[in-house]
Design a binder for this molecule. Structure first.
Ligand code: TXE
Length: 434
């Protein structure tokens, strides 16, 4: 930990949010709230409405009505593009505010959240163009008497369940495209990081999105998320989160109306380094790949596979880079790694560090938990002598922990890379394009 926490930047009072229904922020039926604490500063930052099944039903009814009335899907692509472009401009206008609340709820560095929010505005701009170009196909090869036309139509009401690791980014990787297509939305953010989803709903209304097209229900997964997955008036679920809950989403859809599903689940991603690579560049890439978002990232590069003859040299280079990573106050613009977002995730990461040692791997860099008066911080950790049977090689840790395993041939590297239950991302460092 290279900095002390600066409490002068935390909010002086807690910001309260309701649920978002029919174009307005409203209290939930229960009138109850949960308080979210900053995982870096341990102080309360937001109060989030605890929605229940009744609130989900209201939000779905609102999204259903606005879809069936065609207040949005009936507009031309150009009209939809206008709203998305205005939303992009408003996101840019409110970038600092969004980044600030995102950092407070997630514990991730403010430089990163600013970058993410700017990228989100860009996605709205991109999607606005797409809404103008949605087109279908025609078939004039069916004989003289027949002519076939395939049109692309909006699916309907989309339930959007998002996690805590990239609350605004994952939301904006989906919302502008769902809207560009003419669908309506009920979003369910993670109970830990709901603020910026509610801010986006406000922005969309200000940008001219008709009421009822974007609704947000906040609360826990087993209550609100499950109710959304089981609701027959929802036509599609887009879910990003754990593999275990992803299975639940499939079952809930199968037991009701066979919703269309988009699932983005876990990963255990290899970074393979060959001896002909520029090892300095590769070490930068590998360090970034494991430290970005404190490793709380589905595409985190958490398995280092390295050609045996450069393994010693490369791991030393990697450790040198990791020694320079600035872990600390996420509100400080120079911080590169902030806090661990949830208590449960902190416990998971620390338990895998213990497991790695118990299974016989050698922790050759880092100490794991960084003991501080406030917040929960874990520094980068390197495990060497890692065998593919060990849990730190196999399981998604979702923290800044990398396991190092050597290989002798390209075939062996490919075999090790593919030796996983997950299949999300992979990187290769080599100058040999063959
Ligand atoms: O995820 P959950 P958690 C992985 C990562 C992490 C683990 C646990 O390995 O350690 O998951 O994280 C909602 N029906 N990823 O427990 O529970 C929940 O409220 C419907 C990978 O936070 O899957 C939240 O909005 N929804 C991942 C969302 O699902 C339910 C990102 C994700 O929470 C629900 C996050 C239910 N029954 C974690 N139960 C990635 N791919 O990036 C919970 N939810």
């Amino acid at each position: 930990m290279q900095q002390t926490l600066d409490f002068s930047n935390v909010p002086s009072s807690v910001r309260q949010f309701g649920i978002y229904l029919d174009g307005e922020m409203k209290p939930s039926q229960s009138g109850k709230f949960t308080v979210r604490y900053s995982p870096a500063h341990d102080c309360p930052v937001t109060e989030i409405a605890c929605a229940g099944i009744d609130d989900v039903d209201l939000a779905v009814a609102s999204a259903r009505k606005s879809f069936d009335n065609k207040v949005w899907s009936g507009k031309s692509g150009a009209e939809r593009a206008g709203v998305l472009l205005k939303a992009a401009a408003l996101i840019r206008e409110r970038q600092s505010e969004i980044a600030y609340w995102e950092t407070l709820e997630t514990g991730k560095p403010i430089s990163q959240t600013n970058g993410e929010v700017s990228g989100c505005a860009d996605m709205f701009e991109y999607a606005s163009g797409l809404s103008r170009t949605i087109n279908g196909e025609s078939y004039n090869n069916l004989g003289e008497q027949l002519f076939g036309v395939v049109t692309r139509e909006p699916v309907g009401v989309v339930g959007l369940i998002t996690p805590w690791n990239f609350p605004f980014l994952i939301l904006c990787e989906r919302v502008p495209y769902i809207l560009a297509a003419g669908c309506t939305i009920v979003a369910k953010p993670s109970e830990y990081t709901s603020a910026t989803t509610l801010i986006l709903a406000e922005i969309l209304t200000s940008a001219g999105l008709p009421n009822g097209v974007m609704n947000v229900v906040t609360g826990t997964g087993p209550v609100v998320g499950q109710a959304l997955c089981e609701n027959r008036n929802v036509d599609m679920i887009s879910f990003t989160g754990s593999t275990a809950v992803g299975k639940n989403v499939i079952c809930a859809s199968g037991e009701t109306n066979f919703k269309k599903l988009g699932l983005e689940l876990g990963g255990k991603n290899p970074q393979s380094v060959f001896s002909d690579a520029n090892l300095h560049d590769a070490a930068d890439g590998v360090a970034f790949g494991m430290c970005f978002n404190t490793g709380q990232c589905c595409v985190s590069g958490s398995r280092l596979l390295v050609e045996r003859d450069v393994m010693g040299k490369f791991t030393e280079l990697l450790k040198e880079k990791l020694g320079k990573v600035i872990v600390g106050d996420p509100l400080n613009p120079s911080t590169q790694m902030g806090a661990i977002t949830t208590d449960a995730q902190n416990t998971t990461i620390l338990s895998y560090i213990e497991k790695g040692e118990a299974e016989g791997a050698v922790m050759s860099f880092g100490c794991g938990e960084i003991k501080t008066k406030n917040g929960q911080f874990v520094g980068p950790v390197v495990f060497e002598n890692v065998h593919p049977s060990m849990s730190i090689f196999r399981d998604e840790i979702f923290g800044p922990v990398i396991s190092v395993t050597p290989f002798d041939t390209a075939e062996e590297a490919i075999m090790l890379a593919n030796d996983t239950d997950y299949g999300l991302s992979a990187s290769v460092w080599s100058k040999n394009v063959d």
